[in-house]
Design a protein around this ligand. Structure first.
Ligand code: AMP
Length: 142
């Protein structure tokens, strides 16, 4: 299974913020949409960074006035991305190595989706169940 299959079910819409939005606006959007990260993008949907709830917690713990500062002061600018052909084991590797839970999908230099650790777990569990069903059928008919 690849990112393309995951996005076919999940959809390609990604919640984004612009680099000059305030940290407070970003926090409000995360809370309202019940998600853990926003991709920071240009109007042309080029990925400029990623801002997760952890970045906001860190910023506010250091200085509560950070909430009025722009997002690009707190985002991670070096974003690890994947493409439509990235496999589930590759997604798991990237998340484990980078210690993060979100991977923007980039196609032709533009944002084309987002995969979270929740998506990876969901599809990996489905794969394991399908493998075990196939094994049971094989044994039963063998
Ligand atoms: P997360 O586990 O996704 O909430 O993010 C933990 C930290 O990693 C935060 O500082 C994020 O800005 C950063 N981060 C999240 N996703 C990525 C990514 N795909 N590439 C680089 N950094 C990321």
């Amino acid at each position: 299974m690849s990112v393309e299959r995951i996005l076919a079910t999940k959809g390609r819409h990604v919640l984004t913020v612009s680099p000059d939005s305030s940290l407070h606006d970003a926090a409000r959007l995360l809370a309202e949409k019940r998600i853990g990260a926003l991709v920071v993008s240009s109007p042309e949907m080029q990925v400029k960074g990623i801002l997760s709830e952890r970045d906001i917690v860190r910023a506010v713990a250091a200085d509560p006035a950070s909430l009025t500062r722009p997002v690009d002061e707190f985002m991670t600018a070096h974003v690890v991305t994947c493409d439509l052909h990235t496999s589930i084991p590759q997604l798991m590797d990237k998340m484990t190595m980078g210690r993060f839970r979100h991977l923007p999908v980039v196609v032709d230099g533009r944002l084309a989706g987002l995969v979270s650790i929740g998506d990876v777990v969901k599809y990996r569990v489905a794969e394991i169940e399908a493998e075990s069903r196939a094994m049971r059928d094989y044994i039963a008919t063998g």
